[in-house]
Write a protein that binds this ligand. Structure first.
Ligand code: ADP
Ligand code: MG
Length: 699
């Protein structure tokens, strides 16, 4: 057992909040810059480069006793080697110990052929499998030795570090092992031992030591929990600070919600709203009748009918003589919204315009002028709406569609616009409730569950490319019955990668389908004008098959399109596949989504099966979470959401609630974290969240 060093915060010269720049003797500038590329610049960065997983090795087993599936170390003598030059290049070594023989196999490691020869003695460590009746280790780690030792080469639990092309797992493991104490010295504890103990946590320094030099699984879990607590509480503090700020500094327009307004709005909607839609509308009416700015997230599966609910709220703003804006992440979606909303409002006096980056200068100037004067009631657009020359006379409500699709920068611009304005953000990327609670901790959440009446869940099937001719046959027959088809490909043009492209699929389809079936491409490199035309013609039924990239992922609404074929489906994320699938199943016609994939890895199979089995986006999201872990799901830099080292703890509701409670207590007593005992927390919170969306406008 390892002894934990005593916990002490050095009284003098407290280390800097982010740690010290790495300056170990022997660390070359080249290595340093390779580390920097991974974001490892300081001692604390290195500590935070945590093992991705741990391997429990069975040591020194005689080869004949090894079973497939075990992590093992073996030692012995190479008796034979073989280099298979055909792709994928494979190098094999037959290893013998006193009990028997096993095979070591590497792919694309021609270099080993010079290193490993008959009579070479070595240690190998890896996962055992079987190949042609023999035990085999694939891609094992090896060490050449002078003689076979009695002592096994490894012991117990081995951390496995994430690596890069330049830096191997081994290099990082050695670096951490050699300098662990030096790095740990830069940790300053944030909380007292008593505080931590009450929460079944351990001091930070101890936690890091246990994660890098693990001794048992329960200890690893306790250490992970400790670090999770520290990172999640920072996030909760940032949210609390922002909530506090919003409550004390902003007021919005109070909008009228009487029955006359309600009736006038409903008269414009051509269908009966579902109970779920009405429930959300009640939420919105309640929110909008207050001066506190609404800050609501509307979640609903693809096709659940969020737009019309948003339109209701927007018309409340118009009825009050104010302005409202609908923001969409792509031009295509903005165009679609403009199309359908101006259609619905054609009989009314509401003035609606579309403003995108591609708008003609004169038109653009006109819209900007009318927005400023307040004359224009409702504007639909892309992030062009957020850019500088655009000013609103009296904006009361901002609606953001497919919010998760906006980048970090755009969100920051958005925040800026949001002050003193009611905001409704919508997303169809279904987020399990716990996640919503965490990530949108300062938002109220409404959910539309269920689809409009008469809809059938989309039937999803998996095929391989060998079956494509049958799929084309089926498409053709459906087109003869009057239906339309989407084909989605992962790339636009053929390139160096092995991705199926829109261009290639287009050629393929023209070859397989009769000439009277019209097939057209759709992707972001087409001119806006062209895209517009193609969408119009597809909507009108003149184009039968649209071969597209994921550009159609959000919002496109063509109810007569009932077949979707997704090529190389394994290339897309689960959430994205579900979104894509949401383009069909938009009428009372039967819809079929065909996932084409030749990837027979377990991972690809599991993911695609999740879609075949689950029609509901919420179920798909849960599966996604299970398969990928939470970090991958939402914690990407791109989404603008903070990354967590241990995001899975966000799924533990009691844990999450504890962090939230603890943060609330701190902020209630010291809203700006200026008390001396909160100095460390203040540094950490602002270091992490000042420049991001959370505290940018608060600091
Ligand atoms: P999403 O939630 O994915 O944004 P949309 O708002 O685009 O979904 O709605 C999908 C389709 O369902 C649209 O064609 C819309 O007109 C239609 N729709 C919405 N609500 C209803 C309803 N209550 N009854 C019938 N059709 C509806
Ligand atoms: Mg939508």
């Amino acid at each position: 057992m390892m002894q934990d060093a005593p916990i002490e915060n050095p009284v003098t010269a407290e280390p800097p909040v982010g740690g010290r720049a790495l300056a170990f003797a022997g660390l070359t500038p080249r290595r340093r810059s390779q580390l920097a590329q991974l974001g490892i610049i300081t001692t604390l960065d290195l500590l935070n480069w945590l093992p991705r997983r741990y391997e429990q090795f069975q040591n020194g087993l005689p080869i004949t006793q090894i079973k497939a599936g075990q992590m093992v170390t073996v030692q012995g003598m190479v008796v034979q080697t073989r280099l298979h030059r055909r792709r994928p290049m494979r190098f094999e070594a037959l290893l013998e110990d006193a009990s028997g023989r096993c095979v070591l196999t590497w792919f694309n490691r021609r270099d080993l052929a010079d290193k490993i020869k008959p009579e070479t003695l070595l240690h190998a460590a890896g996962k055992a499998g079987t190949y042609k009746g023999r035990i085999q280790l694939v891609q094992p780690e090896i060490k050449l030795v002078e003689k076979i030792e009695a002592v096994p080469p490894r012991d117990g639990i081995e951390p496995v570090y994430p690596a890069s092309a330049d830096l191997s797992k081994r290099f990082i493991a050695d670096l951490v092992a050699q300098h662990l104490e030096e790095c740990l010295a830069d940790i300053v504890e944030w909380f007292s031992e008593a505080y931590l103990l009450e929460r079944h946590l351990i001091p930070l320094r101890q936690a890091y030591r246990r994660l890098h030099q693990p001794t048992s699984t329960p200890e690893i879990v306790r250490a992970q929990r400790t670090i999770a607590y520290h990172e999640i509480i920072l996030f909760q503090l940032a949210l609390e600070i922002r909530r506090y700020h919003q409550k004390h500094s902003t007021v919005a327009e109070k909008l009228r919600t009487d029955d006359r307004v309600d009736q006038r709005i409903r008269a414009l909607i051509p269908f009966e709203l579902t109970p779920a839609q009405n429930r959300v509308i009640a939420d919105l009416r309640r929110d909008l009748s207050h001066r506190d700015p609404m800050n609501r997230l509307l979640q609903g599966d693809v096709g659940s009918g969020k737009t019309v609910v948003a339109l209701y709220a927007m018309l409340m703003a118009v009825a009050a003589g104010k302005q409202t804006a609908l923001l969409a992440p792509t031009e295509l979606l903005a165009e679609q919204h403009f199309e359908s909303i101006s259609h619905l409002l054609s009989g009314s006096r509401v003035q609606v315009e579309l403003l995108t980056a591609g708008a003609a200068p004169a038109k653009r100037a006109d819209i900007i002028a009318r927005l400023k004067s307040g004359e224009l009631h409702l504007v639909i657009g892309t992030h062009a709406l957020l850019s500088d020359p655009v000013e609103f006379g009296h904006l009361a409500l901002l609606v953001v569609d497919e919010q998760h699709k906006f980048g970090v920068q755009q969100r920051a611009m958005l925040r800026h616009r949001q002050a003193n304005v009611h905001t409704l953000v919508m997303t169809a990327t279904p987020i399990p409730r716990t996640l919503a609670m965490t990530y949108f901790g300062d938002l109220d959440v409404s959910i539309i569950d269920g689809l409009p009446p008469g809809r059938h869940p989309v039937i999803t099937r998996k095929v391989t490319s060998e079956q494509l001719p049958e799929v084309y046959q089926y498409m053709q027959q459906q087109i003869r019955d009057g239906r339309q088809v989407y084909v989605v490909a992962p790339a636009i043009e053929d390139g160096v990668s092995e991705l199926d492209s829109v261009t290639a699929v287009l050629t393929d389809l023209t070859r397989h389908l009769p000439t009277d079936i019209r097939v057209e491409p759709m992707h972001s490199r087409l001119a806006a004008e062209q895209r517009h035309q193609t969408m119009d013609q597809f909507r009108a039924g003149h184009i039968h098959v649209l071969v597209s990239t994921t550009i159609i992922e959000v919002g496109v609404d063509v109810p007569n399109a009932t077949i979707m074929l997704i090529r190389q489906a394994e290339r897309f994320g689960l959430a994205q596949l579900h979104q894509l699938r949401g383009r069909i199943g938009r009428s009372n016609l039967k819809s079929v989504c065909i996932l084409c994939s030749d990837d027979d890895s377990d991972e690809a199979k599991a993911r695609l099966d999740a879609l075949v089995k689950n029609a509901s986006g919420f179920r798909v999201a849960e599966e996604d979470l299970r398969l990928r872990g939470m970090g991958e799901m939402v914690g990407t830099r791109q989404s603008g959401m903070p990354e967590f080292l241990f995001p899975d703890f966000l799924l533990e509701i009691p844990f999450l609630q504890m962090t939230r409670r603890d943060a609330a207590v701190v902020i209630a007593a010291d809203p700006h974290l200026i008390a001396p005992e909160n100095a460390r927390l203040r540094h950490e919170v602002y270091r992490r969240y000042e420049s991001t969306l959370l505290l940018a406008d608060v600091a």
